[in-house]
Design a protein around this ligand. Structure first.
Ligand code: ZN
Length: 372
């Protein structure tokens, strides 16, 4: 399968880029480029262009954009982002279940309305590599249900990914629409994530190798209202241990609060973000709530990575705050969506939105334009 090769090559380049660009962005200009990296990048030039996230590999990849381009595309990197929340993918449609058919429809509707998935980590850290004119969207799935990632035996006796499971649907959609990456975060609990004990190793590695992420949802999915510091760190640390057993180099750095619950004792909230348990430690760049609306641009002064709100990806009992309500609000202009300039190193904002820019986001070049 071609995409497998592309993705693994891209992942290597992407990781190298991230290491340089994200963690030490202030030093990037002083880091000499390795010859091997340049050669590799050149050899895979075509490959890179088929994958949006490698576009930050070289300066030359970004098209030179003018103020009139920004106006024409209505670029607004202070607009909002939907972090969509799914649970089950199964029949019948219900409050916490989306049918496979409706999930396919959601992806199609997002695609046609110019939304493109990005990794939660990239959203939370402001590394928005979404192509120019498109809006980033984050897909999340809670609870590690088997219908999120199911293996079945086909007529020939071969084991395949269930085409009606979330991962099967995402991969199929990506094959048809290569510019719609299968980025999604699966928040798992302890025990046997996605069921099927024999397949846990395969599934967790498949996710990571294909641009998807594994997030923390606590070991026992307990309500966190009355936890103490030790319990909280154990609940989170055990998931890190579980994931490291199968994917040793993978860092679990995102967390969805079970039931959207937080400790009543606010002094413990720092343990939602980082902590230690036995031989492991964790640091979350994103802590996700349950409700209810699109959240700030990562460059907005009120963006808080430890309290990111999500949008219910459903049409059942959503009380006017489901994904289609917000897509309509963006369409009508009662809310403003993030529209990328295509360059993760540059923040492009219409003047009327500029007052909310986080002044500490200065490592990225800022461009404010007049849109009237
Ligand atoms: Zn849950």
């Amino acid at each position: 399968m071609k995409w497998k090769k592309y993705i693994s090559i891209a992942a290597v380049i992407f990781l190298m880029t991230i290491t340089l660009a994200c963690r030490h962005s202030e030093d990037i200009d002083s880091v000499p480029k390795e010859t091997t990296e340049d050669t590799l990048a050149e050899e895979n030039y075509e490959d890179n262009h088929s994958l949006e996230e490698t576009e930050d590999e070289e300066e030359a990849v970004y098209p030179e954009m003018t103020e009139s381009d920004f106006k024409a595309l209505e670029v607004n990197e202070m607009g909002q982002v939907m972090v969509l929340m799914y649970h089950h993918i199964r029949e019948p449609e219900a409050e916490w279940s989306r049918t496979p058919e409706n999930f396919r429809e959601d992806l199609k509707n997002l695609y046609e309305a110019n939304y493109r998935p990005i990794r939660l980590e990239d959203y939370a850290t402001g590394n928005i590599n979404t192509p120019a004119g498109k809006t980033p969207v984050v897909l999340t799935f809670d609870d590690g249900n088997q219908n999120n990632f199911n293996m079945i035996e086909d007529e020939t006796g071969e084991w395949i990914i269930d085409p009606d499971s979330a991962v099967g649907i995402l991969m199929e959609f990506h094959e048809k629409h290569p510019d719609f990456m299968p980025h999604a975060t699966f928040f798992i609990n302890g025990g046997t994530p996605f069921g099927q004990a024999d397949w846990v190793d395969y599934k967790l590695n498949f996710l990571v190798e294909n641009g998807m992420d594994i997030g923390n949802h606590t070991e026992t999915h307990r309500h966190l209202g009355d936890v103490d510091a030790d319990t909280l760190q154990r609940e989170l640390g055990r998931i890190v241990q579980l994931v490291q057993k199968y994917v040793p180099d993978y860092e679990v750095n995102t967390f969805a609060l079970p039931f959207g619950s937080r400790p009543q004792n606010e002094a413990l909230w720092n343990y939602l973000v980082s902590g230690e348990f036995e031989d492991v430690s964790y640091h979350h760049v994103a802590v996700l709530e349950v409700g209810w609306d699109p959240y700030h641009s990562p460059y907005h002064k009120n963006f808080d990575g430890s309290a990111i709100r999500r949008v219910r990806a459903s049409e059942t009992k959503v009380d006017g705050v489901g994904m289609y309500d917000w897509m309509n609000a963006f369409e009508k202009g009662s809310r403003h969506r993030f529209i990328s300039d295509g360059n993760p190193e540059k923040i492009v904002v219409p003047e009327s939105f500029s007052e909310n820019i986080n002044p500490e986001r200065s490592e990225n070049e800022l461009f404010i334009y007049h849109h009237q």
